[in-house]
Structures are given as structure tokens and as C-alpha cells.
Design a protein around this ligand. Structure first.
Ligand SMILES: [Zn+2]
Length: 266
């Protein structure tokens, strides 16, 4: 019977590959399914958390989110599948954290804002989350959990509590599964390009991740549990910087041109 289940999974797997890196991915979930799961999880989380819906911090976050989402669509049009972006600001000053759910729903905790310090750095974090979405990391992680339980030939009822949680989490709440280190590195790279294309200075990424490293010693964050060690991360960011600067310079030149054109003629 499990033979058929494996065959079924194999048939479901599309030829998915991650944007930018071209890494081939094992995903057994349609875009419609992942958007539905993401929306359900988002509604559930927002019911439990205190969200902020107005004020300077909220306005800044919405503006950054909008610009970053537009840049993602511009840079990786084949990877943005009608995602409906939402950026929730959650009140919790002790959480130096942010998350992304399949289909474009993201959350940022107020505790992250003092660490990001400026709008460029906030954009880098938010673009990192948007990158998780467009690279379908949640669906990929869930697919791995589903497949490993099927391949191992274990019925749900025979699984231990932890495995059940993983698979149920995979179905019900994308956030239950931490991203892998490969996925985190991919989100760093894609996110850096997206932020730069949105007109945010990618050079801010280096001091930002250094600050995050220090903040993480007090409060564990999504960014530190599975993220590359900070030295590796800084080295990688430096490697991606020339391409990011190209996007940034183009974006700034474009903004300048728009400003010049919109000036009234004397
Ligand atoms: Zn991440």
C-alpha cells in the first residue's frame, strides 16, 4: 500500500525549483493549497496575538512591506503566484522575531524594531521573510515531513507524539516547522536582492545581522535557531553584495529620474 502512496507522491511532485539559486525542490502541494494553509494559520495566530493597526511603526512597516512585495514581483515574476501579501505588526517587546507563512502572510514583532534600528534594515528582514514565501520554503518543509512519514511506512496512529505534531503542523500550521539552514541561506540571498531592488541599502544587512546576533543571545529568534553562524553569514552577504549594489544603484537612479521628471518646468 505504501508503494502506491510513494508513487502518488512522485506523481504530485512538479518540477519545482527555487528562484535565484535554481535549487530543485520537492513540493507536494499546489499553490492554492499552500495559500489556504497560510491564510488559516494567519487567522489563527492573529486571534492569539495582540496586533497593532495604526501609528508610525505600523505605517512604516506597511510602506516597507508594499515596496518589498513589489520588488519581489519585479525580480522574480515567475515565483510570485498571485500571493496576497499581508504584514502584521504584533505587540511583544521581548520577541526579536518575524515569520512568514506560505502564500504571503508575514508577521513582525515589535521587539524586532529596536534591533533593526532603521528602515533599510527593517526592509532587509522583511525581504528575507518575503523570500521564504516566494521560494515556497513552508510548502517544501511540509512536503518533506509528509513524505518522510509516508516513506517510513508509518501510519499516523503509530507515530509518536512528536512526529504527529510535525505532520499535523505541516498540514495545519506552516510555522510549526523551522526552516532548514539551506533555506535560510537562500532567503538571505534572495531577500538581499529584493530589498536592494526596492531601494533599500543592502550594505545595512551586515551591521543588522551583527546586531541580531547580539540580540539573539538574550532572546532566541527565528533568525538564529537555524540561521547560518554569523561569521559565515557575513561572508556570504559580502559575496552577494556586488549584485545587490547593482540592483540598489539602478533603483536609486530610477527614483532620481522620477523626481526630476515630476519637477515643474520653469
Ligand atoms: Zn528565515
Amino acid at each position: 500500500m505504501y508503494k502506491y502512496a510513494i508513487l502518488f507522491l512522485a506523481l504530485l511532485v512538479g518540477c519545482s525549483s527555487a528562484p535565484e539559486t535554481g535549487r530543485s525542490q520537492f513540493i507536494v502541494m499546489s499553490h492554492a493549497q499552500e495559500m489556504k494553509l497560510g491564510q488559516e494559520a494567519f487567522t489563527k495566530i492573529l486571534k492569539e496575538e495582540k496586533t497593532i493597526k495604526k501609528g508610525t511603526q505600523y505605517d512604516t512597516m506597511q510602506r516597507v512591506g508594499e515596496k518589498v512585495a513589489l520588488a519581489a514581483e519585479r525580480l522574480y515574476p515567475e515565483s510570485v503566484h498571485g500571493y496576497k501579501w499581508k504584514f502584521a505588526l504584533i505587540k511583544d517587546k521581548d520577541m526579536v522575531n518575524a515569520w512568514a507563512l506560505p502564500g504571503g502572510k508575514c508577521g513582525v514583532y515589535t521587539g524586532l524594531l529596536p534591533v533593526t534600528e532603521n528602515e533599510d534594515a527593517l526592509a532587509i528582514v522583511m525581504a528575507h521573510e518575503v523570500a521564504h514565501v516566494i521560494a515556497r520554503h513552508g510548502a517544501e518543509r511540509s512536503s518533506q515531513a509528509i513524505a518522510s512519514s509516508v516513506i517510513a511506512g508509518i501510519a499516523m496512529s503509530e507515530m509518536n507524539k512528536r512526529d504527529q505534531m510535525i505532520v499535523l503542523g505541516a498540514y495545519g500550521l506552516g510555522i510549526a516547522l523551522p526552516f532548514s539552514r539551506t533555506q535560510e541561506t537562500e532567503a538571505d540571498q534572495i531577500g538581499l536582492y529584493i530589498a536592494a531592488d526596492a531601494g533599500y541599502d543592502p550594505r545595512e544587512a551586515i551591521p543588522l545581522w551583527q546586531r541580531m546576533g547580539k540580540a539573539g543571545k538574550k532572546a532566541p529568534a527565528e533568525f538564529l535557531s537555524t540561521h547560518p553562524a554569523s561569521e559565515t553569514r557575513i561572508k556570504q552577504l559580502r559575496g552577494w553584495m556586488p549584485k545587490a549594489m547593482m540592483y540598489y544603484d539602478t533603483s536609486i537612479a530610477h527614483e532620481e529620474a522620477l523626481k526630476t521628471n515630476s519637477k515643474p518646468k520653469n
